[in-house]
Design a protein around this ligand. Structure first.
Ligand code: NAD
Ligand code: UD1
Length: 336
């Protein structure tokens, strides 16, 4: 089948980008990855190719490097950009706010300037439910007040505003900011998945490390939250569902100006729901101990996912059992 055109995926070697690349290829587009591998491994590119069944092109570049970005757009006409490149560790962003601003916000400015130079007018952007700050009502819909509670969140808000201005400046520009809730899981092939460097900050990679015996136990951040079992509630979404959401957004970009759309399941699951499902589905033990709350955490956060259904015809298909099974399959396969 002839390609429908090339799609540039900044951050395409990352956890989410690698899964998006697979779905982009499955929909008949040619994914072109662009990554500086600051939080991912080069071997991911070949593994994406293995899943797709053909080699995938990857440009090694930093989005802040204007010359390299010009060279990337000059090498192939791009139908659109899916902009996933970014740093995402909340704690690190508190320690290094300038780095986060430079990498995420200034990097996006450089990317947009290169797109303008080459007449690329379409973008899907990796935003986050962090733009809602502390939840003021549940479920969280797109009209929920916006606010940042850490420098990472501020970069996502700054970029959404930059994209408002970019879209407003020209009628022919089309942007969709996808506000992800909590992406977890891995591709069913177990060839790509999440492998954060060092001690993970997020729940699922931490659970995986405990199940593998690399960490002694999971510290549960609070057992006295006003939730069904006292532990924190979030909207976990399978990364393959999330990746499909990018393709449906891409297909409908031309009817958008700058639309901001939640990608979540709409279901709230607790830390212990995740732990118990992980143990039951995978037949492994996840020792845990309830400890103090983590600063900056909310009791519960989950999406009103109805706009994605109305606007994109998208809804999550995979459930918690799929998420924990696939996360474990990837972790145990990549250990071999
Ligand atoms: P990831 O760290 O696995 O992937 C990010 C990729 O971007 C990496 O491959 C990294 O090397 C690359 N990158 C970072 N800075 C770059 C730069 N200056 N130039 C070129 N490449 C660069 O993270 P992920 O989970 O795949 O996240 C992808 C995007 O989704 C990020 O923008 C993140 O903020 C956003 N997001 C993630 C989550 C989540 O929980 N994973 C939630 C909401 C939003
Ligand atoms: C965190 C970030 C958020 C970011 C998101 C995705 C904070 C305060 N928030 O959100 O800005 O958008 O990751 O990258 O860092 N938990 C434990 N023990 C652990 C790890 C987590 O009990 O070792 C609990 C948390 O308290 C929470 C749930 O598990 O209730 C999910 O945590 P996590 O995966 O870090 O995601 P968020 O808290 O949603």
């Amino acid at each position: 089948m002839a390609s429908r055109g090339s799609i540039l995926l900044t951050g395409g070697a990352g956890f989410i980008g690698s899964h998006v690349a697979v779905e982009v290829a499955a929909a008949g587009w040619t994914p072109v990855l662009l990554d500086n591998f600051c939080t991912s491994e080069r071997s991911v590119v070949a593994r994406v190719g293995e899943v797709v069944g053909a080699p995938v092109r990857c440009i090694e570049a930093d989005i802040r490097d204007a010359q390299a970005m010009r060279a990337a757009f000059g090498s192939t006409p791009m139908h659109a950009v899916i902009h996933l490149a970014g740093l995402k560790a909340v704690g690190e962003s508190v320690e290094k706010p300038e780095l986060y601003h430079d990498n995420n916000v200034r990097g996006t400015e450089v990317l947009l300037a290169a797109m303008d130079e080459f007449g690329v007018r379409r973008m899907v952007f990796s935003s986050s439910c962090t733009v809602y700050g502390m939840p003021q009502r549940l479920p969280i819909d797109e009209s929920h007040p916006l606010g940042a509670i850490n420098p990472y969140g501020q970069t996502k808000l700054d970029i959404e505003r930059m994209l408002d201005r970019w879209a407003d400046a020209c009628i022919d520009r089309h942007v969709c900011s996808l506000r992800y809730f909590n992406p977890v899981g891995a591709h069913a092939s177990a060839l790509i998945g999440e492998s954060p460097l060092g001690i993970p900050n997020n729940l699922m990679p931490f659970v995986v490390k405990v199940a593998r015996g690399e960490l002694p136990e999971l510290g549960v951040f609070g057992g006295d939250w006003p939730t069904h079992d006292g532990t924190g509630v979030r909207d976990y979404i399978h990364v393959v569902d999330l990746a499909r959401g990018h393709v449906v957004a891409l297909e409908q970009l031309d009817s958008m100006h700058h639309d901001c759309i939640n990608l979540g399941t709409g279901a709230g699951l607790s830390v212990l729901d995740v732990v118990h499902a992980f143990e039951r589905v995978n037949g492994v033990k996840v020792p845990y101990a309830i400890g103090p709350r983590r600063a900056g955490d909310a009791a519960a956060a989950y999406a009103d996912a109805s706009l994605a259904e109305q606007r994109l015809g998208w809804r999550a298909r995979l459930g918690l059992d799929d998420m924990v099974r696939d996360a474990w399959a990837f972790a145990t396969r990549s250990a071999c």
